[in-house]
Design a protein around this ligand. Structure first.
Ligand SMILES: [Zn+2]
Length: 216
């Protein structure tokens, strides 16, 4: 008898999450390469699920459950399109906050529509450690549709916009980079989305410029 081949598991998200905030990390899932071409990192429902697990929006079990239920269905593909549209609206909101102009109503409507979905459910668990008994609170995600994957992201956006410090939401200093980040540094002088990428590119460019000026 042939051994049963186990179904492939969800591959982990392969990129670093460097924005310091899940909502901004979600917006940063699209980027420009050195030639200015757009690179899309959320191409499939699996990508959205893998990102969600890496960013702490879903547990591995919740993502697995959604994948088993919808996998490669047309409703999952529709959820990916919704995720990309939602991401644009979040970017518009962040852009408005940085520029000091009112957040577009379409962005808030999209977030509010997600917040109104009965998807996140609080649950209490009994815990016991070193002879002491306690109760812990966990929030679980109960999917009704694949697009419910956006609900935890909407909650992250709510937390950032309401409880976050707007002046700490920054755009990467590389003009070719689309990325945002939340500046958690003590000095509040963080300039790059990713020091190893954009910071390094800027250093190389400055070095070349200095060499040209000095004729080295
Ligand atoms: Zn950057």
């Amino acid at each position: 008898m042939k051994a049963k081949i186990p179904s492939a598991t969800l591959a982990p998200w392969p990129y670093p999450l460097a924005a310091g905030d899940p909502c901004l990390d979600f917006i940063d899932t699209t980027l420009h390469d050195l030639d200015g071409r757009v690179i899309e990192r959320l191409g499939t429902f699996d990508d959205v699920l893998a990102w969600s697990v890496a960013a702490g929006m879903l547990t591995a079990d919740e993502a697995h459950d959604a994948r088993q239920r919808w996998g490669a269905t047309t409703s999952a593909a529709k959820a990916v399109r919704e995720a990309l549209d939602f991401r644009t609206k979040l970017r518009d909101a962040v852009d408005a906050l940085i520029r000091g102009v009112p957040v577009p109503p379409r962005s808030l409507d999209a977030i509010n529509a997600c917040l109104a979905r009965p998807v996140m459910c609080e649950q209490l668990y009994a815990a016991r450690e070193r002879g002491r008994s306690s109760v812990t609170l966990t929030t679980v995600v109960r999917f009704h549709t694949p697009a419910d994957v956006l609900v935890p992201i909407a909650r992250a956006a709510r937390d950032l916009f309401v409880a976050g410090e707007t002046s700490m939401i920054k755009r990467c200093a590389n003009p070719q980079c689309l990325h945002f980040f939340y500046d958690h540094t003590k000095s509040h002088r963080r300039r790059w989305c990713n020091m190893a990428v954009c910071g390094n590119r800027a250093k190389v460019a400055a070095f070349r410029e200095r060499r040209q000026v000095h004729g080295d």
